[in-house]
Each structure stands twice: as C-alpha cells, then as structure tokens.
Write a protein that binds this ligand. Structure first.
Ligand code: PLP
Length: 300
C-alpha cells in the first residue's frame, strides 16, 4: 500500500515569477491512502519499538477530528497491533468520518472528559489506563515523541532522492516549510537540514509561541541540539485557531486547488500555502530563494 514514487512538483504562477521565487511541493500526502503524509513518519519507529518490546497493543490520544488517531488505527491494522484511542470529550453519534474510520480499522475508542484528557501525561492517569486495558505501548498525542523526530528526519532525504530520480538534478532549497500542530514534523525536518537550509513551521493553532519550546525540548530529547536554530515557527496564519477558517482562506483554497490541481484543506495545508504565498508577497524571502513545501496530507 505504500507508494514509493512521490512527486516533487514545481509550482508556477505570476507571483512566483515576479518575486523570483522557486517553489517545490513534495507530495508526501500520496504515500499511503490511509496513513497520510507525515503521520507515517511519526509512527514508523514507534511501531518498530513496540514490536521489539513485544507489545501487541498500541494506545494513543487525540481529539475527535485527529488525523493521528485515524492514521494510528490504520497503521495498527496494517502491522497487526490492537489499538486503543483515548478520545477527548464525549462520544457524538453518528461518529465523524475520522473516528468511524478508526473504529472500522478495529480501534477501541475510549472517551474521557476534557479535564481528564489534560492529565494524559501524568502517571495517575496512565496507571488508570493500565488497570483498564492491561499492557500497551504508549504513543503520545499526535504521535509526537523523540522517535517521531527520528522518522520525520527522513522526509527531506526522501524528497531529495525522489527529485534526483525524477529530474536528474539535485533538489536545492533555502527553506523547507510545513504545517505545524505539535511541531514534531518541523522538528524532525530541522534535524535533517544542512547548514544553509532552514525549516519553517506554520502554526495551525493559536499559541504557536509555546510550540517553539516544545520543539526545542523534543530536539534535545532526540539528541539534535544543532537543529534548535535551524527552525522557526510562523504564527500569523492560524486563522483563529485549530480547524478555524475564514472566507478569505476558503477562497484561497478554492483557487489554489483549481490552479495547481493539488488537494488542500483548511485545517493544515490550506493555511500552509496561504502563509507561504502571503510571505512571498510581503518579500519575506529574498529574490532567488528556493522553497520546498511539504504536503503533509490531511485531505480526508
Ligand atoms: C498532524 C498533521 C500535521 C501536524 O504535524 P505535527 O508534527 O503535529 O506538527 C500537519 N499536517 C497534517 C496534514 C497533519 O495531519
């Protein structure tokens, strides 16, 4: 089911021409029909470790609209693990498409109050889950831990390999951009960059300033101290917060899909491309800059 021929597309439009910017899009969204985009890279080494430690069950956390929950459920099904999803808030029926999909993959959905969910990293809460479910391998919310950094650090080299095969030349860029929720993906990308390359994470939720600290902590835990100054978080394009959108963003997304024939949505990649084009317009990038945008998936 994994696709090993992901394209790196070259985007063209009048703005890019006027500002002398080259923009590439790495179509990581096409890697797997169900384990979308960056989520596979965050999960792969966690699944490997769960197997090495002899686990048969993986337990993880997410909101009702979490792409991570859906991807984790699909990955567990594909790799023969039982899965448990600890879901924030009450059950709403009928289940939304993501949760319905997770359930169809065999994931056991366990709902907890928002108050309890907030304590998801505390021993008391985790021990309670162990009492209910027995032994499991724990993957944190969004799949974001040091092993996610390790997996996401492979995204850029994959893009470079595929580009070389497709165009018979090296993929060179100054900025690698992606949408950021927990920030593990942009952290992993930063961990794999060369001296003259920079990772930009476009925060899709409010409070992106906390994100920088979280990412630094993750990079430290995974031994990538140098990467701490190879990334930046852009906080101006959350459009009101997680999964919030405006008429202006919707309009941009419609036009982008029509012009580029690349599917995007308003939670993640729509905000990313809006932000990239707006920054280009505002001369954030020097003329001659090359930008690699990572399409992390999320179109459900
Ligand atoms: C989960 C997700 C992200 C955010 O990844 P983080 O590592 O949490 O920053 C970005 N894009 C899409 C499509 C996602 O599903």
């Amino acid at each position: 089911m994994f696709n090993d021929k992901l394209p790196v597309q070259v985007i063209q439009n009048d703005l890019l021409k006027e500002k002398e910017i080259r923009l590439f899009v790495f179509r990581l969204d096409l890697i797997h029909p169900q384990i979308s985009g960056n989520k596979w890279f965050k999960l792969k080494y966690n699944i490997q470790k769960a197997r090495e430690e002899g686990h048969d069950t993986l337990l993880t956390f997410g909101g009702a609209f979490s792409n991570h929950i859906a991807a984790a459920a699909a990955a567990c099904k594909e790799f023969g693990f039982k899965s448990i999803g600890i879901i924030r808030g009450e059950e709403t029926l009928p289940l939304n498409p993501r949760l319905a999909f997770a359930k169809a993959c065999g994931m056991h959905l366990h709902y907890v109050t928002r108050t309890a969910y907030r304590t998801k990293k505390e021993d008391l809460f985790i021990n309670e889950l162990k009492n209910i479910f027995g032994r499991f391998y724990l993957v944190p919310e969004g799949g974001s831990n040091a092993l996610a950094i390790k997996g996401c650090a492979e995204i850029i080299s994959l893009a470079k390999d595929l580009f070389r095969k497709e165009y018979k030349e090296e993929l060179k860029f100054d900025y690698a951009c992606c949408a950021s929720g927990t920030g593990a993906t942009v952290g992993g990308i930063a961990a794999s960059l060369a001296e003259n390359e920079k990772a930009l994470g476009f925060a899709v939720l409010k409070g992106g300033d906390f994100l920088k600290q979280d990412i630094s902590d993750l990079l430290e835990q995974s031994g990538h101290l140098n990467a701490k100054n190879r990334f930046d978080i852009i906080t101006d394009y959350h459009f009101g917060g997680y999964a919030k959108h405006t008429g202006e963003l919707d309009q941009f997304i419609d036009t982008f899909i029509k012009e580029q024939n690349i599917p995007v949505e308003f939670v993640y990649t729509g905000k990313l491309f809006y932000g990239i084009f707006d920054l280009i317009n505002k001369n954030y990038f020097k003329p001659g800059s090359k930008i690699l945008a990572i399409h992390t998936g999320g179109v459900f």
